[in-house]
Design a protein around this ligand. Structure first.
Ligand SMILES: Cc1cc2nc3c(=O)[nH]c(=O)nc-3n(C[C@H](O)[C@H](O)[C@H](O)COP(=O)(O)OP(=O)(O)OC[C@H]3O[C@@H](n4cnc5c(N)ncnc54)[C@H](O)[C@@H]3O)c2cc1C
Length: 305
């Protein structure tokens, strides 16, 4: 994506031909990200339904226009923004209950909404997701989770729109997962099925509240952030390593290592992506020098610097 792709205005127009959803050209992406950072997308689009998305994907691929799906809670959008089309799945947010305690959620549904739905239907198994703000699609791609559980524990199948614009259902057994990673075929996930189990509303609700309370105590939830910046190295905690090397509170421009949690970068004003990237470099260098651990990014960086 980015500089490698050459496409012109005509290709963009042809990719969007017949599109029924919302389109915004040169749309700043900062407002669509939890870090509140990022330059403009050539076009930000919100498909009105799955058919709209199918046509868009087919036409964009035919016209060689880059596509990026943005949930926005684990990404850093660089300051010059994203070339091509950025897709928001805000209209694809339907959730339904199927037989045998299975939930189907469209990819644009937010994880907290899915959890709320599960609570109302007295379904257990999704509680680990309490406090993860992203979409179902982003959750699948990142195998979102915590020490308490993760996506792969409950995911039974996904549905995606392929590059030729067709719908395809794939069993979770055909996907491979790792820590905060899933290998998923291209292109856009449009829905996922979760196997949950019947319980009482009180049970799910109290577990969820307990997890949320813990997060509130340990994470800087009142400032814009994008969750964990680095993956935890095996048997270690990235946050503790960062604290150990004395970088908690370190600041470049308006980007700061949270004083509450070493593995969160917060935007304390008008941080630029460059500030965040410089801070990430400083952390990686310092931690490597002082502890010999090379931290891997969990945050995904997209767009042009
Ligand atoms: C306060 C806070 C707490 C958090 N806590 C956790 C946590 O405990 N555990 C955890 O795992 N994460 C956590 N996160 C990070 C984040 O919420 C998750 O990684 C989430 O799963 C990302 O979802 P998203 O929809 O925002 O995707 P994005 O961050 O926008 O995207 C992630 C990747 O998925 C791709 N993608 C998104 N949707 C689709 C789709 N439909 N089809 C194909 N590709 C897609 C994107 O292009 C990108 O490559 C936290 C974030 C915040 C802000």
């Amino acid at each position: 994506m980015g500089r490698m792709h050459v496409f012109d205005r005509r290709s963009l127009r042809e990719a969007l031909d017949g599109f029924r959803g919302e389109v915004k050209f040169h749309e700043p992406l900062a407002v669509y990200t939890s870090l509140q950072i990022g330059g403009p997308a050539d076009a930000l689009v919100i498909p009105s339904d799955v058919d709209d998305l199918k046509r868009l994907v087919r036409q964009a691929i035919l016209n060689k226009v880059p596509l990026l799906v943005l949930g926005g809670t684990n990404v850093l959008v660089r300051d010059k923004g994203v070339r091509g089309i950025v897709i928001q799945l805000a209209q694809l947010n339907h959730i339904r209950r199927e037989a045998n305690h299975v939930l189907y959620a469209q990819a644009g549904a937010r994880m907290p909404t899915v959890l709320g739905y599960a609570i109302r239907h007295r379904l257990s198994g999704f509680e680990w997701a309490a406090g993860i703000p992203g979409t179902v699609g982003g959750g699948v791609v990142t195998n979102a989770g915590t020490r308490l559980g993760e996506m792969r524990d409950v995911l039974t199948a996904i549905e995606l729109v392929t590059d030729s614009g067709n719908l395809k259902r794939i069993d979770a057994s055909k996907l491979s997962f790792a820590y905060r990673y899933a290998r998923v075929p291209k292109r856009v996930i449009v829905g996922a099925w979760f196997q949950l189990s019947q319980t009482t509303k009180e049970h799910v609700e109290s577990l969820t509240k307990h997890y949320l309370r813990y997060r509130k105590e340990t994470q800087p939830l009142t400032l814009p952030n994008a969750g964990s910046v680095f993956k935890n190295p095996p048997e270690q905690s990235a946050g503790s390593l960062i604290e150990q090397v004395g970088l908690k509170g370190a600041r470049i421009g308006d980007a700061q290592i949270s004083t509450k949690h070493g593995n969160f970068i917060v935007n304390v004003g008008h941080a630029r992506a460059k500030d965040v990237i410089d801070l990430i470099r400083t952390v990686r260098r310092t931690v490597a020098q002082q502890t010999s651990v090379t931290l891997q990014l969990e945050l995904k960086t997209v767009g042009e610097l």
